[in-house]
Design a protein around this ligand. Structure first.
Ligand SMILES: [Zn+2]
Length: 90
């Protein structure tokens, strides 16, 4: 069985909802080609889509997490990192 992810889109003119495959969606995002709603209104992705914005936010969140981890790592007086010891109890 092949699973295909689909993305819901809404026409910017008539607001009709329609669905396209994720692969097609990505292609449209990259190419910014015109595509059409079932009623024939042409549209394309200009600038950042919600999908791209979400990816950006997720990336930023990952980087922030790494920074926090880096800053909260314990160091000894010489500035070296202290390895975490596994503790049986807190
Ligand atoms: Zn439409």
């Amino acid at each position: 069985m092949v699973e295909i992810d689909i993305i819901k889109e809404t026409c910017c003119s008539c607001k009709i909802p329609f669905w396209i495959t994720e692969g097609h969606h990505k292609q449209l995002l990259n190419s910014k080609d015109t595509f059409y709603c079932p009623n024939g209104h042409g549209q394309n992705y200009q600038g950042e889509s919600e999908y791209q914005k979400r990816l950006e936010r997720e990336k930023e969140l990952e980087e922030t997490k790494k920074k926090i981890e880096e800053l909260t790592r314990k160091r000894d007086p010489k500035g070296r990192y202290i390895k975490k010891k596994s503790r049986g109890k807190q």
